[in-house]
Design a protein around this ligand. Structure first.
Ligand code: ADP
Ligand code: MG
Length: 326
């Protein structure tokens, strides 16, 4: 495949091509296409597995965060996929391809951050791989977790009339990144949301225990793009109320200066918040785990996503979600 082909195919087109070749297997409850693969165990639990790459120059720049923070982020973004299925993370595997010149003390810090972050969620580093990189620093992370048998919350399953809920706040990480790219120093809160995100494990566990969600995923590529994955699975659409998007005080302050920044909350990416659908209109008020949920809209029959302004007109987001090739 030529480079031009990959550009027009896009990241998800490429994944679909690989998926078609891979086929399915009896031991897989869920293979390619969700936040984790799901494998049934005889003991009443399902094994969840997910893997992620973090490449210097693509996912991070060494000047923008400390190595310890990079280690924390590498663990958290991977564990976020376990949270997205409502699972409990157990074991992590860390692959490091390091440029030969990198300081050993720096790599110690990377491992330290990674192990500490895994420990925050009750998981441990259980293996990995180490080699030299002829180019950038590359990190490969795999996580295994558990969920009660048959209870993993998939991207498929949303129904017409289900309410859309999102955890925490949106756009903080993308706003920090846009500040860094413009060579400005982001507010401390925003920078922390970008460099050291928190996986919403407790919230995901509570959602599973309440059997509250019909579909769920974590927002890594932007709200609209990731909602698109849920809608693709159920063949339905969604109506979102713009004034209900949960925004942090720091994000709101910045929004006051340029209302186009709302697109960062809609499509910016790297929020690592949970997006879920539920028939329960009271879910946000009963859920106990931090950081809580906000109702932002509803699943509807008409395909596509409509963004409603308070005055009744529709808003058009000018950004697409993140795609590695498009
Ligand atoms: P997430 O953003 O939740 O990490 P991705 O968008 O990266 O999910 O991937 C979507 C799905 O495609 C996942 O099920 C993932 O395991 C699968 N996938 C991505 N790349 C590959 C690949 N190269 N080979 C097989 N499966 C892949
Ligand atoms: Mg995910």
């Amino acid at each position: 495949m030529s480079r031009e082909d990959l550009h027009s195919l896009g990241e998800f087109g490429l994944i679909r091509r690989i998926q078609q070749q891979a086929g399915t297997a009896e031991h897989l409850v869920k293979g390619i296409g969700d936040d984790c693969a799901v494998q049934a165990h005889a003991d009443g639990t399902d094994l969840l597995t997910s893997t992620d790459l973090l490449i210097e120059g693509v996912h991070f720049r060494l000047g923008w965060l400390r190595m310890e923070e990079l280690g924390r982020k590498a663990a958290a973004v991977n564990i976020s996929d376990i949270a997205a299925m409502g699972g409990q993370p157990k074991s992590l595997f860390l692959g490091v391809a390091s440029p030969a010149g990198l300081d050993v003390a720096e790599l110690d810090q990377l491992a330290k951050g990674f192990i500490a972050e895994a420990g925050r969620y009750g998981a441990v580093l259980a293996g990995g791989d180490t080699c030299r990189s002829p180019g950038p620093l590359m990190i490969s992370v795999t996580v295994q977790g558990e969920v009660e048998s048959g209870r993993a919350v998939c991207r498929a399953g949303a129904c017409k009339g289900d309410l859309l809920y999102v955890s925490g706040t949106l756009g903080d990480s993308a706003l920090a990144l846009s500040e860094l790219m413009a060579e400005r120093q982001p507010e401390r809160f925003l920078l922390a949301r970008h460099n050291t995100p928190t996986a919403r494990v407790s919230l995901g566990r509570e959602i599973v225990q309440r059997q509250a969600a019909t579909a769920m995923l974590d927002i890594s590529d932007g709200l609209l793009a990731d909602l698109g994955h849920i809608l693709e699975e159920c063949g339905l659409g969604a109506d979102i109320e713009l004034n209900k998007l949960p925004l942090s005080p720091a994000f709101q302050r910045a929004l006051g200066e340029g209302s186009a920044l709302i697109d960062l909350a809609l499509a910016g990416g790297e929020d690592y918040e949970l997006l879920l659908t539920s028939p329960d209109p009271l879910l946000a008020s009963v859920v106990a785990a931090e950081p809580g949920l906000t109702g932002i809209g509803v699943i509807s029959q008409q395909q596509g996503i409509r963004l409603h302004r308070p005055d009744g007109t529709l808003y058009q987001c000018s950004r697409g979600g993140f795609d590695h090739f498009s």
